[in-house]
Design a protein around this ligand. Structure first.
Ligand code: F0G
Length: 450
C-alpha cells in the first residue's frame, strides 16, 4: 500500500508546557475577562488558536541566524541579508523594515492617501481598514459573491470581483483611488486564496487606469501553495516561482513577517516607486527607526531572512495546508458549519449557522468563542460584528493554527471540544457590550451575558 500520511516535517527540540485548568476556574477567568478572550492571561489557555501571528515555532536555522544579528544602528549586515531574502521572493526595488504589518500599512496610507479617498481590497483586515479610515479614507471590500457565503465551495473564494472594481473606478473616479489592494490569503473572508488569474485581471484593470496595485502579503506562501494545488498550469511550479509571478503583477506590498515570515515579530513595506519610498523612509525615521532596522533588532531581521525562505519550502507548505484541512474536514464531516473549503492558516466556524438563535447584534461569534474556552480551554477569535460592526458580512469564529506549534493530537482534542459544544449549542446565550473603545473595539471591549 502506498504510504500517504502527511507528517509534521520536523522533530521537536525544545518544549513549552501548557497548563490545564478546571471548568469552574475558566468560568471565573471568563467573567473577569468580560467575555473577551483577548483579556485572558495566556497561562489560563490550554490551546491558543487566537492567532497565527507571531505565535509559531522558529527553526534551528532561525535561532542560529539570531546569534549572528548585527545590531549596528545603520548599514547593518542583518539588513542586507533581510533585504536580499525579501527581494529574492518579492522582487520589489525598495524594502523598508517595520516592527509589524500595521506599521507598514500606516506608513503606506499616510504617504499615499488623503481624506475622501477610496481603497478597494478583496477584504481589508481589521488593522488595514482602521489604518485606511484613520487618514479619513474609505475602505471598500470587493470580494466575489461566493466569498461571502460560508458553506459554498469555490477554489478561490478570496478573489476580487473585477467587474465591481471597474464599476467602483467608474463611479468615484480614478483620482480618488490612489491604490488598490489584494489580501493574500483573504484573512477576514476565511483564509481563502486569490488565484493568479484573478490577480492578473485586477492588475490589468489597475494598469489600464494607472492605479498602483499593492499586496497585503501576510500569507503569500500559503496562497502560492493553494495556486499550485488548484490552478491549472501551476502544478509543476514551485511556491517560490508562483509567489514571484504574483508579486510581479503589483507595485509593492505590505507584509507582516509574523505570518509567513515565520518570525515572532516584524514586517516590511515594499515599493517599486523610488519617490514614494523616500517619503516612506522619512516617516519611518520619525516613528519606527532608521531605514536599515525599522523598529526591529538586527536579530529579528535575521530570523525573518531565514523564515521567508522556509515558508516557501514545499514540504512545509504541504504539511501546513494539510493540517489545517484535517481540522476543517473533520468538523465538516460532523455537520458543523464552517467556511468551506478550510483556509490556509485557520478554520472558521460559521457562528450565524452554529447558533442561529443569537442575532448578530448579540455577537454570536463572541458567544461561541467564549463557550469553546469554557468547554476545553481553547482560545479563538471572533471575526464578525464585534470586530467590524455593521460592516460585517459574516459572523465567524476563527481557529487560527500557529505555524509548527501544535501536533495532530492537539488538533484531535480541538475537534472533540468543538463537537461537544455543537451538542449543546442551543444553550449558548448572546452577549451585550458594557464598554467599547472608539476604534478596533474587539481588542478591549467588555461584554456580559444577556
Ligand atoms: N493584514 C492581514 C491580512 C493580517 O492578517 C494582519 C494581522 C495584518 C495585516 C497586520 O499585521 O499584526 O503584523 O500588524 N493579522 C493578525 C491576525 C493579527 O490575527 O490575523 P500585524
Amino acid at each position: 500500500m502506498p504510504i500517504h500520511t502527511i507528517i509534521e516535517p520536523f522533530r521537536i527540540k525544545s518544549v513549552e508546557p501548557i497548563r490545564w485548568t478546571q471548568r469552574a476556574e475558566r468560568e471565573r477567568f471568563l467573567r473577569e475577562a468580560s467575555y473577551n478572550l483577548f483579556l485572558l492571561s495566556a497561562d489560563d489557555v490550554l490551546i491558543d488558536l487566537l492567532t497565527d501571528s507571531g505565535t509559531g515555532a522558529m527553526s534551528i536555522y532561525q535561532w542560529g541566524a539570531i546569534q549572528e544579528g548585527d545590531e549596528s544602528y545603520a548599514g547593518s549586515r542583518s539588513f542586507i541579508r533581510f533585504r536580499d531574502s525579501v527581494q529574492s521572493i518579492f522582487g520589489y526595488t525598495n524594502v523598508i523594515p517595520t516592527h509589524q504589518g500595521r506599521a507598514a500599512e500606516r506608513i503606506l496610507f499616510t504617504v499615499m492617501l488623503k481624506k475622501g479617498d477610496i481603497v478597494p481590497n478583496n477584504t481589508h483586515f481589521d488593522t488595514t481598514r482602521a489604518n485606511v479610515e484613520a487618514v479619513g479614507a474609505e475602505a471598500v471590500d470587493l470580494v466575489i459573491a461566493e466569498g461571502r457565503q460560508p458553506g459554498l465551495l469555490h477554489p478561490f473564494k478570496g478573489n476580487m470581483d473585477v467587474a465591481a472594481l471597474e464599476q467602483t473606478i467608474a463611479r468615484v473616479g480614478r483620482e480618488r483611488i490612489p491604490l488598490v489592494m489584494l489580501t493574500i490569503t483573504n484573512n477576514s473572508g476565511g483564509g481563502q486564496p486569490v488565484s493568479m488569474e484573478n490577480a492578473r485581471a485586477v492588475s490589468a484593470v489597475c494598469r489600464k487606469h494607472n492605479i498602483p496595485l499593492y499586496f497585503d502579503a501576510c500569507r503569500f506562501a500559503e496562497n502560492s501553495y493553494f495556486i499550485k494545488l488548484r490552478e491549472q498550469g501551476y502544478q509543476d511550479k514551485t511556491p517560490r516561482q508562483i509567489a514571484q509571478e504574483m508579486f510581479s503583477l503589483g507595485d509593492g506590498c505590505t507584509m507582516s513577517a509574523k505570518k509567513d515570515g515565520m518570525a515572532n515579530i516584524g514586517g516590511f513595506l515594499c515599493t517599486n516607486n523610488d519617490v514614494l519610498a523616500q517619503q516612506q523612509k522619512n516617516l519611518l525615521i520619525l516613528t519606527e527607526g532608521y531605514p536599515t532596522y525599522g523598529g526591529l533588532a538586527g536579530r529579528d531581521l535575521e530570523a525573518i531572512a531565514v523564515g521567508l525562505q522556509e515558508a516557501v519550502e514545499e514540504d512545509y507548505l504541504r504539511y501546513r495546508i494539510a493540517s489545517t484541512a484535517y481540522l476543517g474536514n473533520h468538523l465538516h464531516q460532523m455537520g458543523i458549519p464552517i467556511v468551506m473549503p478550510p483556509g490556509g492558516h485557520a478554520v472558521y466556524l460559521d457562528a450565524r449557522s452554529f447558533v442561529p438563535h443569537i442575532l448578530s447584534e448579540r455577537f454570536p461569534g463572541v458567544a461561541l468563542a467564549a463557550e469553546l474556552y469554557l468547554e476545553g480551554g481553547i482560545r479563538s477569535v471572533e471575526i464578525g460584528t464585534l470586530m467590524f460592526g455593521a460592516a460585517a458580512k459574516m459572523d465567524l469564529v476563527r481557529l487560527a493554527i500557529p505555524r509548527r506549534t501544535y501536533t495532530q493530537s492537539h488538533i484531535d482534542y480541538v475537534i472533540e471540544v468543538v463537537a461537544e459544544v455543537w451538542g449543546k449549542r442551543d444553550q449558548i446565550r448572546g452577549l451585550r457590550l458594557t464598554y467599547e473603545p472608539p476604534f478596533l473595539r474587539h481588542f478591549t471591549a467588555k461584554l456580559e451575558q444577556v
